[in-house]
Write a new protein. Structure first.
Length: 386
């Protein structure tokens, strides 16, 4: 097939990464498809609020560039499919409908729908299909008239693979610092686990308070922020606990805190670690009475890279793995500490879980398998040729 792919290479504008290109573009090429990649200007628009009137201008510019690029590619050789990873900040719904009618079916992938569905609510009904990696978000798409297809995350085995590296860390996590990640890491380190964190916000030599934050502006501003959080359903004492945990972590365990890794370093970390950690909480929802959690990309990258993976418990994980045999899960901070310590002391049990998880990932959780399922569904609907 000839596929027009709209995709930002990186998930984050603050550091160089080709994570999404490796995950979504490269497997399509390896499958033998003719892929026309359109990525210029995609990433910055994710940071714009689609509800603001100021977003209309950038959205209009991107929409026209998208239409021009699709039509040019289609003139060069007919397109069979347009696959996008965009939000309401990128495209006008009428532009998507225009491409569907004149060029080819249009399918959109979007993740983090559990807490960010508002970013695609307006445009979702315009697509032939919306690829949704969270079961709990499917009903939201249907409620606005969209056609969702459950399409779980996956990993590219050509990128995420076991490497011949000796383990040098007990337990590691790579990702941004937010949510319960600080308090979980502190609990592990205080319990004597050799745990390390890599990513944005973890550097021990950074400021205690983020520049411009309420805490950095002083007590009155911090108090005002706590009051506002309370009105929004956030629990002020949990915010205070988070800040206290960060101070304690920096003071007692600075050597365990590291900055972001590049893509190669991120993949290598799975092999350099005896235990790879996952945290499923979203944003600061742990400060509410009903925290939100979702399956992450990391749940597939870790096993594909051959890691022993220990992550938070979520029923949906049982659809992808045999819990306790292919990955391990924890339901509380105390259980996280206990399981981490136990598996670090039992090499054979840890290796058995890692082997089983790796085999499952290679069999069931590649992007090639995901794309095969998508194309089968589009053929079933008569949207692409059989």
């Amino acid at each position: 097939m000839r596929i027009f792919l709209v995709l930002a290479a990186s998930p984050n504008p603050t550091f160089a990464s080709s994570l999404w290109r490796s995950n979504l573009h490269d497997p399509l090429v390896a499958m033998g498809h003719d892929v026309v990649l359109f990525e210029e200007g995609v990433l910055p628009l994710f940071d714009l609020d689609p509800a603001l009137t100021s977003t209309a201008g950038p959205r209009g510019i991107f929409t026209q560039r998208f239409l021009d690029a699709v039509e040019a590619a289609h003139r060069a050789a007919p397109l069979d499919l347009v696959l996008t990873y965009v939000s309401d900040s990128h495209l006008e719904p009428d532009a998507v409908r225009r491409v569907r009618e004149r060029v080819a079916p249009v399918v959109n992938f979007f993740c983090n729908n559990i807490h960010q569905f508002h970013l695609v609510r307006r445009i979702a009904p315009a697509f032939d299909l919306c690829l949704v990696p969270e079961h709990a978000a499917l009903a939201r798409y249907r409620a606005v008239g969209a056609e969702p297809l459950f399409w779980p995350m996956a990993a590219n085995p050509d990128v995420y693979r076991p490497l011949p590296l000796a383990p040098e860390y007990g337990a590691t996590f790579a990702g941004q610092r937010y949510g319960e990640r600080t308090t979980h890491l502190l609990a592990l380190l205080d319990a004597g686990v050799d745990a390390h964190a890599f990513g944005q916000g973890w550097s021990a030599d950074g400021p205690l308070a983020a520049p411009g934050s309420a805490e950095a502006r002083g007590v009155p501003a911090a108090a005002a922020r706590l009051a506002l959080d309370a009105l929004r359903g956030r629990l002020p004492w949990r915010a205070l606990a988070d800040r206290a945990a960060w101070r304690a972590l920096r003071a007692r365990h600075a050597a365990a805190l590291h900055g972001p890794l590049d893509d190669a370093g991120y993949v290598a970390l799975f092999s350099r670690s005896r235990v790879s950690l996952g945290f499923l909480d979203l944003g600061d929802t742990h400060r509410t009475l009903r925290p939100l959690r979702q399956v992450r990309l990391r749940e597939f990258e870790a096993t594909m890279a051959g890691a022993f993976y220990l992550t938070g418990w979520l029923e949906e994980l049982g659809e992808h793995y045999v819990l306790g045999r292919e990955i391990e899960c924890y339901r509380s901070r105390a259980e996280l500490v206990d399981k981490c310590r136990w598996y670090l002391a039992h090499d054979d049990a840890r290796a058995a879980v890692a082997r089983a998880g790796h085999a499952r990932a290679r069999r069931d959780h590649t992007w090639t398998r995901r794309f095969e399922a998508l194309f089968a569904e589009l053929r079933r609907r008569g949207r692409i040729a059989a």
